[in-house]
Design a protein around this ligand. Structure first.
Ligand SMILES: Cc1cn([C@@H]2O[C@H](COP(=O)(O)OP(=O)(O)OP(=O)(O)O)[C@@H](O)[C@H]2O)c(=O)[nH]c1=O
Length: 614
C-alpha cells in the first residue's frame, strides 16, 4: 500500500536511483517506490574548498551523480529514464567535510574527531527530470538538502578500534552507521534519522509534493503546472491529447482531485520533460549567486584584514564584544561580521561565542604554517582596486589584475613588492610539496626556479631531493627582500638566490627549469615568451616543470577545456583556463618531448617535459 500520494505519482514513471548505497535502496523501496538501480560513476572529487558550505558540496555531488547516470542511460538507449534520483551524504564538523574513510587509520581520524562532539550530517539530493527531444537529452534538476545534528559520546580508544575492526565504518560517511553498531556511539540526534542513514525521505516527499502540486498564485494566469507532473493516471491521456482542452486549471493544479489535467493551448509545443512541464523559467539562483558572490569574498578579506582569525587563534570561544575590543571595532559591526563568517564556515558559533574553524586555523591565521593571510591582503588591496576599475581596463585593453612585478618593477614601492611576495609565499608554501612530488625529479642535479620569489618551492625541492642544487632566479628587488621570509625549516646551502630578469636577461644554467608563479598567473603571451626563452636556454635532455592553479572538476580531454572555479579563472587574468592537453601541445610546439601532465593536490596542474635535441 502506498501511503504517500506523491510516491504514487511516480508509479508509472521509469525512475532510476543513481546510487549504490544499499541503505538508500532500502529506504526508498520501503516507501513503496519502484525504481531501477544504476550506480553513478561520477567520481566524488569536487574541490571542497570552492564551495561556500558543506551542504552546497553535497548537493552539487548529488546532482553530478544523477546527471552522469541520466547522460549515460540516454547515450546507451537514446532514451533516458523519466526521473533520476541522486544523493550524497557527508558529515561536517568544524569546517571539515568527512566522506567515506579510505582505510582504518582514516576511519580512526574521523571517529576520534567526532568523539564527544556534535556534528552535522547533510544529505544532498537531486531529482533530475529527463526528456528526450530530437535525440537530445534535456534535463530539469530539483535539488535540496537536509541537515541532521548528531552528538557522539566520548569514545574510548578500545571502543573506537573495536568498532573500526568490525568493518562497519568503511562504506559510510564519517566512518559510522547510525542504523547498526554505530548507533551505540550516538548520544542524541536532532532531525531526520533517515537523513543520517543516507536519504531524507520526509523531505523528499515534501519536495515531490511541492514539485507536483505547485499552488497557483492568486491572480496568476491559468497555466499548465510548471514544476509539476500531472497525476500519473491522467498523464498518458494528456500525452495523446492534441487540443480541445480547457485553459481553466483547478486552483490546486488538480492533481489531488484526480481529474484530467487541462492543458493550455499555448504550452503545447513546450518541451515535455516526461511530464514535467514548465510555464515559467526557473529562478536563476546560480546567476544571483554570481552577482552577489563578491560580498562573501569581501567579508572573508575584511575579517583577515581586521585580524579576526588571529584574535581567535588558540582561544576558547570569544564573544563579539571581546573580539570587537581586540580589533578596535564596534560591537554591532563585529557581531554582524562574525555571524556572516560563521555562515560561510570560517568560524564556529556556539553558545559561548565564536571560535576559528579548522580551515581558519590552518589558513587564515597570519602566522600559521600554511597561512594564506598574505594572499588575502594582496587580493583585498591591489587586486580589489584593479577590479573596481574593471570597466576601464576592458575599454583600454589592459590586463585585469595588477601588473606582475617583472613587468613593472620600478613602479613598485617596497611595500607593494612585499605585499605581492607575501601572497606568492603563502601559495608556494601551500602547494610546494605537491609540486615537488608530482613527478620523480631525482634524475636532475640542478634546477632553476624562474620567478622563484621567496624560495619556498626551492626549499621544498632540496628537502625532497638530496642531490639537487636550486637557483632562485628573480628580480633584484625581490631577491633583496627574500631573506625576510622563512622559506624552509632552516637555511639550505643548496638554495642559491640569483638576481636578474627572468623575462629578458640570461637564464642561469640548470638541467631543470621550474615555472610556478601561482600568485600571478599571467596572460598567455607572457608565459609563451618565458617558455621560448627557457627552450632556447636549455640543452637537450633538460627538463621543464610547470605548475598552475587549476581546481578542475573534470580533466580537459578531447579538446574540451578544463572547468575551473570562476575565482581562479579570474586570478588567471581572465583568460580561458589551460588544461593538461593545452600544456602538452604548447610544450611540444616549443621543442619539448615526453610531456607528462598530472593533477596534484586537487588544485594544480603540473606538467613535465624534456627538451628534445634541436
Ligand atoms: C552517516 C551514515 C552514512 N551512511 C552511508 O554512508 C554512505 C555515504 O556515502 P555516499 O557517497 O553518499 O554514497 P555511496 O554509498 O558512495 O553511494 P553512491 O550514491 O553510489 O555514491 C551512504 O551509503 C550512506 O547510506 C550510513 O549507512 N549510515 C550513517 O549513519
Amino acid at each position: 500500500m502506498l501511503l504517500c500520494p506523491v510516491i504514487r505519482k511516480l508509479q508509472h514513471r521509469r525512475v532510476v536511483l543513481a546510487s549504490s548505497s544499499p541503505r538508500r535502496q532500502e529506504i526508498l523501496s520501503n516507501a513503496g517506490l519502484r525504481f531501477e538501480v544504476v550506480p553513478s560513476r561520477f567520481k566524488e572529487k569536487l574541490h571542497k574548498a570552492s564551495f561556500a558550505t558543506p551542504q552546497a558540496y553535497a548537493v552539487e555531488t548529488a546532482k553530478q551523480k544523477a546527471l552522469e547516470v541520466a547522460g549515460r542511460m540516454h547515450q546507451k538507449d537514446l532514451r533516458a529514464p523519466d526521473v533520476v534520483i541522486g544523493a550524497d551524504t557527508i558529515v561536517a564538523v568544524g569546517g571539515l567535510i568527512l566522506e567515506k574513510p579510505v582505510d582504518k587509520q582514516d576511519a580512526y581520524r574521523m571517529l576520534s574527531r567526532l568523539s564527544g562532539t556534535e556534528h552535522s550530517v547533510f544529505t544532498g539530493v537531486a531529482v533530475v527530470h529527463c526528456c528526450t527531444k530530437d535525440g537530445q537529452l534535456d534535463t530539469r534538476v530539483s535539488e535540496f538538502y537536509e541537515e541532521t545534528t548528531v552528538k557522539f559520546s566520548e569514545l574510548s580508544e578500545e571502543l573506537l578500534w573495536e568498532y573500526i575492526d568490525s568493518g562497519e565504518p568503511m562504506d559510510k560517511a564519517g566512518g559510522y552507521g547510525i542504523q547498526a553498531l554505530g548507533g551505540m556511539l550516538v548520544e542524541y540526534v536532532r532531525g531526520d534519522f533517515l537523513n543520517v542513514v543516507g536519504f531524507p525521505l520526509n523531505r523528499f516527499c515534501k519536495e515531490l509534493a511541492r514539485l507536483y502540486h505547485a499552488p497557483r498564485a492568486p491572480g496568476a494566469p491559468p497555466r499548465i503546472h510548471y514544476d509539476s507532473i500531472p497525476a500519473v493516471d491522467t498523464f498518458e491521456d494528456l500525452n495523446d491529447a492534441e487540443g480541445g482542452v480547457s485553459d481553466q486549471a483547478p486552483a490546486n493544479g488538480g492533481l489531488e482531485a484526480g481529474g484530467a489535467q487541462p492543458r493550455a493551448p499555448h504550452t503545447r509545443d513546450a518541451p515535455d520533460l516526461n511530464g514535467v512541464r514548465d510555464s515559467q523559467p526557473p529562478l536563476p539562483a546560480g546567476l544571483l549567486g554570481l552577482m552577489d558572490g563578491f560580498k562573501a569574498s569581501k567579508v572573508l578579506l575584511t575579517a583577515c584584514k581586521l585580524n579576526v582569525f588571529d584574535v581567535l587563534k588558540d582561544r576558547g570561544p570569544l564573544t563579539a564584544a571581546d573580539v570587537a575590543r581586540e580589533i578596535g571595532a564596534s560591537v554591532d559591526g563585529t557581531e554582524r561580521l562574525l555571524d556572516v563568517c560563521a555562515d560561510l564556515g570560517l568560524l564556529q558559533k556556539a553558545d559561548g561565542g565564536y571560535s576559528n574553524t579548522e580551515t581558519a586555523s590552518l589558513h587564515l591565521v597570519s602566522d600559521a604554517e600554511q597561512s594564506l593571510h598574505g594572499l588575502a591582503a594582496y587580493l583585498d588591496g591591489p587586486v580589489w582596486g584593479a577590479f573596481t576599475h574593471l570597466g576601464r581596463a576592458v575599454r583600454e585593453g589592459a590586463t585585469w589584475i595588477p601588473e606582475p612585478l617583472p613587468q613593472a618593477p620600478h613602479k613598485q614601492s617596497t611595500e607593494a613588492t612585499l605585499q605581492f611576495m607575501r601572497a606568492s609565499h603563502g601559495l608556494s608554501k601551500l602547494t610546494a610539496h605537491h609540486v615537488a612530488t608530482a613527478f620523480d625529479l631525482s634524475p636532475f642535479t640542478s634546477a632553476c626556479h624562474l620567478e622563484g620569489c621567496t624560495g619556498a618551492l626551492a626549499h621544498k625541492l632540496v628537502q625532497e631531493y638530496p642531490r639537487l642544487q636550486v637557483t632562485v632566479f628573480d628580480l633584484p628587488e625581490v631577491i633583496e627582500l627574500a631573506g625576510g621570509f622563512q622559506a624552509g625549516a632552516g637555511p639550505s646551502e643548496r638554495v642559491h638566490f640569483v638576481p636578474g630578469d627572468p623575462s629578458s636577461g640570461r637564464l642561469p644554467p640548470a638541467d631543470l627549469y621550474v615555472l610556478c608563479s601561482l600568485a600571478h598567473d599571467g596572460p598567455d603571451h607572457r608565459l609563451h615568451g618565458l617558455l621560448r626563452r627557457v627552450s632556447r636556454s636549455c640543452r637537450a635532455g633538460a627538463g621543464l616543470l610547470l605548475a598552475e592553479l587549476a581546481p578542475a572538476e573534470e580533466e580537459e580531454e578531447a579538446g574540451g577545456a578544463a572547468r575551473r572555479s570562476p575565482g581562479l579563472r579570474i586570478l588567471g587574468a581572465g583568460r580561458p583556463p589551460r588544461g593538461p592537453g593545452q600544456y602538452r601541445r604548447l610544450l611540444q610546439g616549443l621543442g619539448f618531448q615526453d610531456v607528462q601532465a598530472t593533477r596534484a593536490g586537487d588544485l594544480l596542474h603540473v606538467v613535465l617535459g624534456t627538451r628534445a635535441p634541436p
